[in-house]
Design a protein around this ligand. Structure first.
Ligand code: AMP
Length: 314
């Protein structure tokens, strides 16, 4: 009997062991100084893994629009370039990671920003027997961050574009205009806006904190407070250091490798999405050309009706 029982027990243990591993949520943190490329790489990570992108900067910007006292405090602190209080951020994140769309895991972008937040996150995860599985740490020198911040344009939904820093991230609405055209987009003058999100069609705006002064302050805070987060997680062997100051596809290839994903042909998430959704200008052009084609067809048909009927009959 024992002869049959042992393999059975081992088989069941392996089976459940494998399932537990498969069912384990992928809990990824992406970290980098402001404009290091977290916003550029994150869409590819979430699309590849099928998990949501939890960008705390974006979540807090949305919260600040709510007009609640916590939201207004967050808005003021973000404008100054300082970190929003841990209490507010931890609560926003704690609520979000319990949502059903986080069942397979999630990507945290911009959180934890200090060791105290990591401790809270670890505690939240420990309640379900979980821990952080991967940390993508993107490194870019100060001159790269400055170039990026001076040209970054952001959509309400969080997508990030540029007016000239990296050619592949210039939106089609600007790319289609003569070289040297100045990027512009004012919420109260969308008629003259030439910066639109390729994927969602939203108008883009310049973030209030995207200037050299605020950048300097934010980088200082990053080094003082966020770097220690990496030290906190290093002993767990989950930190993947990525050189973010190299050609875009190389950065993505290194991230894939760090996450143990099979190699793909560059930033797979971005071109697919970009090809699927036309910009507002393209949509108008498409509709206009469709309408012209129908009008021409109708006019030609009525003026040539005598000729076209026999042709159809043939
Ligand atoms: P980001 O969009 O990540 O550049 O963040 C913009 C601003 O949001 C930061 O300068 C902070 O004021 C605030 N913020 C985002 N994430 C956090 C966080 N984890 N802790 C505190 N403040 C945050």
């Amino acid at each position: 009997m024992a002869k049959y029982l042992a393999p059975l027990v081992l088989g069941l243990a392996l089976l459940f062991g494998c399932n537990a591993e498969e069912n384990k949520r992928k809990i990824i943190i992406i970290l980098g100084a402001p404009c290091a490329g977290c916003g550029t790489q994150s869409p590819s990570i979430v699309k590849t893994l099928g998990v949501p992108h939890l960008d705390t900067g974006n979540m807090l910007r949305q919260a600040s629009l709510s007009g609640t006292p916590a939201g207004l405090t967050a808005a003021r602190m973000m404008k100054e370039g300082v970190l929003v209080t841990d209490e507010i951020v931890n609560e926003v994140v704690g609520d979000r990671i319990k949502q059903p769309d986080c069942a397979k895991g999630f990507l945290l972008d911009g959180y934890p920003r200090n060791v105290a937040q990591s401790a809270v996150l670890d505690k939240m995860l420990a309640k379900t027997g979980e821990s952080v599985t991967d940390i993508i740490s993107i490194d870019v020198p100060m001159k790269g961050l400055q170039q990026c911040v001076l040209h970054r344009w952001t959509a309400d939904g969080g997508d990030e574009w540029t007016s000239n820093y990296m050619a592949f991230r210039v939106p089609k609405s600007l790319k289609s205009l003569p070289p040297g055209t100045k990027a512009q987009c004012q919420p109260d003058d969308l008629k003259h806006c030439n910066m639109w999100d390729d994927w969602t069609g939203e108008p883009l705006y310049r973030r209030a904190d995207d200037n050299l002064e605020t950048l300097a302050e934010r980088v200082k805070i990053y080094h003082a407070q966020t770097y220690p987060v990496l030290d906190h997680y290093k002993p767990q062997g989950v930190v993947r250091a990525i050189d973010g100051y190299q050609p875009e596809p190389k950065v993505w290839a290194d991230i894939e490798k760090g996450l143990g994903l099979p190699p793909s042909a560059g930033l797979i998430a971005v071109p697919t999405l970009a090809a699927d959704v036309p910009t507002p200008m393209q949509a108008i052009m498409l509709l206009a050309s469709g309408a012209i084609a129908i009008a021409v067809a109708v006019l030609t048909r009525s003026s040539n009706s005598e000729m076209s009927e026999p042709l159809l009959l043939e």
